[in-house]
Design a protein around this ligand. Structure first.
Ligand code: ZN
Length: 570
């Protein structure tokens, strides 16, 4: 080794800086290495294999730093051989090389995710440092308080189910109004004329089916749909005809449907729901709940059954609104829909069905409207809302007590932190989302002249699970202008603003149609339809920490909307 060291010393000219010399030698060896690779067509230096052979060749020729044993004659021989191969390679492979075909280009603009976020001047004007600090304080205050959960517990456990037209629904409106008055808001109970449908007895059994043990019957679990007519008190008995969809019903025609009970056995797509597209799966299946009875009645059916919509696996029927069709109308559980369809494929199946719901006289109930007046632009309004009515099987915790209480907490947090909105914050607890939307129609009749001054409306009506951000119907410019608010919500995973082509809340549809930018909290919906509209929609399905995240998301976004310098672009 000392011998070699000596040779290297000899090959490098005298130079006081040994480090530099070693470095130079590495460079020369690298060039030899690279020339070899270049001959194989895979240079480590971009472009070397085509255009730079000559330079490398010349460097090699004049290098005084090659290993000692190599004579000048050997270097010249290697260099000439290299040049020959290089010229040959260049001629042979040049057409294959993209770098040879394309002229050198400017480096591409890096994608957004690679660049450090810059705050634009518009963002700084719209979201000054003080507002950003306030938004962070609002987020922290909502995440550290159970006001919303305590209110939800009262609505669901002390008041209970809140079917439109029921005394509980109206009591809930009065309770929420009183709680918002306690927070110091200007509160109005605005009367709404609402339908009043009440559930009766609901039983069913298969009384004739292939393989039936004499004298036996099979109980079927079902529940009447809202708007269903009733059977006679002692029920009806009729054959069931099972179809998978509207096309099959139409193909059967009146001859095979009249006098029978139709079962629509459309599957709810559980895989879609598990992948996060629960509302798409719901939308596909719920058409049969909404208008199946009408289609069946039009062909002379005596009753209509629909497979329960949703992913519940515990033989729970799922109720909901159905367009009144003048015939009894119920949802059987998914398990019972399978049972009936399997037996009907083997032969005749007859059901004894008793449903005794009643449509009573319309009632007066209320929308709760509570304002926290804006300090600078009181006439400009930002709505936060949820709907107070629920179905009657459960206690309406996820649909939609949760939406009401996170809207209430938005006002509560601002008052607790003594933050005055610059525009007016309006909390609305809507009546009658579930059975026809009379509350939202009453609001539109009263306030549509003010819609041009309504800067934005938020409704939460997709549960209480972890929020991912918001569905948003509005302009791209509006989405871009909200980036500082999204950044505040990033730490709780709620920063998404997902463009929507339709109103992200049923009760704010009229505002959306009038051009008001509308938001719906975008919750993790994967398990929402396990419980939605069933007896299992109860308080225990709400995770307190996730409800706090929803309150934080709504409060941060609402205060951003009330206090950003410019109103949200339309
Ligand atoms: Zn709802």
């Amino acid at each position: 080794m000392p011998q070699q060291h000596k040779q290297q010393q000899h090959k490098y000219p005298a130079n006081p800086d040994q480090k530099i010399q070693r470095h130079l030698r590495r460079i020369d060896l690298f060039l030899v290495h690279d020339l070899t690779l270049a001959h194989a067509g895979r240079s480590t230096i971009p472009g070397l294999q085509q255009g730079r052979f000559l330079i490398t060749f010349l460097k090699l020729l004049h290098s005084s730093t090659l290993p000692a044993p190599m004579t000048k004659a050997a270097r010249i021989a290697i260099a000439i051989a290299s040049l020959t191969v290089a010229v040959f390679n260049a001629a042979l492979f040049a057409p294959l090389s993209t770098s040879a075909q394309n002229p050198p280009q400017k480096p591409p603009t890096p994608p957004v995710w690679m660049s450090h976020p810059q705050t634009s001047e518009a963002e700084q004007r719209n979201f000054p440092q003080l507002l950003l600090q306030q938004l962070s304080a609002i987020k922290a205050a909502a995440l550290n308080d159970d006001y919303a959960y305590r209110q939800l517990a009262h609505l669901t456990e002390n008041i209970g189910a809140r079917l439109t037209g029921s005394p509980q629904a109206t009591a809930a409106a009065q309770y929420v109004a009183e709680e918002l008055r306690k927070l110091g808001l200007e509160v109005r109970l605005e009367p709404v004329t609402v339908p009043h449908w009440v559930r009766g007895a609901e039983t069913a059994a298969l009384v004739d089916y292939p393989g039936m043990v004499p004298g036996a019957s099979q109980r079927i679990v079902l529940t009447a749909l809202g708007g269903s007519s009733s059977t006679p008190p002692d029920g009806i008995t009729a054959e069931i005809v099972a179809v998978d969809n509207f096309d099959q019903l139409t193909a059967l025609g009146r001859d095979k449907v009249a006098g029978k009970i139709v079962l629509f056995n459309e599957l709810y797509d559980k895989q879609k729901a598990a992948a996060g597209l629960a509302f798409a799966a719901y939308g596909e299946a719920v058409r049969y709940r909404a208008s199946g009875a009408k289609a069946a009645a039009d062909l002379g059916a005596v009753a209509s059954l629909v497979r329960s919509v949703g992913s519940a696996d515990f033989r729970l029927p799922h109720t909901g609104f159905s367009t009144p069709a003048g015939i009894p109308d119920a949802a059987v559980t998914a398990e019972d829909a399978d049972l009936i369809a399997h037996l009907a494929a083997q032969g005749k199946v007859r059901m004894h069905l008793t449903l005794t719901p009643q449509k009573l006289a319309d009632e007066t109930s209320y929308n709760v409207i509570a304002d926290l007046k804006g300090s600078d632009h009181p006439e400009q309004i930002v709505v936060v809302s949820g709907h107070l009515d629920s179905w009657d099987l459960g206690t309406g915790a996820i649909d939609d007590g949760a939406g009401v209480v996170v809207a209430m907490q938005t006002a509560e947090v601002l008052q607790r932190l003594h933050l005055r909105p610059a525009r007016t914050l309006r909390v609305i607890a809507w009546m009658d989302e579930e059975t026809g939307g009379s509350g939202s129609r009453a609001y539109t009749a009263e306030y549509s002249n003010d819609f041009p001054h309504c800067d934005a409306a938020i409704e939460s009506d997709s549960g209480a699970a972890h929020p991912l951000g918001f569905d948003f119907k509005g302009t791209t410019a509006a989405i871009e202008s909200l980036r500082p608010a999204q950044n505040v919500l990033l730490s709780i995973g709620a920063s998404v603003l997902q463009p929507s082509s339709y109103s992200p809340g049923a009760d704010i549809t009229a505002m959306s149609d009038a051009g008001v930018p509308t938001f719906g909290i975008l919750q993790d919906s994967r398990t929402y339809f396990n419980y939605h509209h069933s007896a299992a929609d109860t308080l225990d399905k709400v995770v307190p920490s996730e409800l706090r995240e929803n309150a934080a998301a709504m409060a941060v976004m609402a205060y951003a909307l009330t206090n950003m310098k410019d109103p949200l672009p339309r």
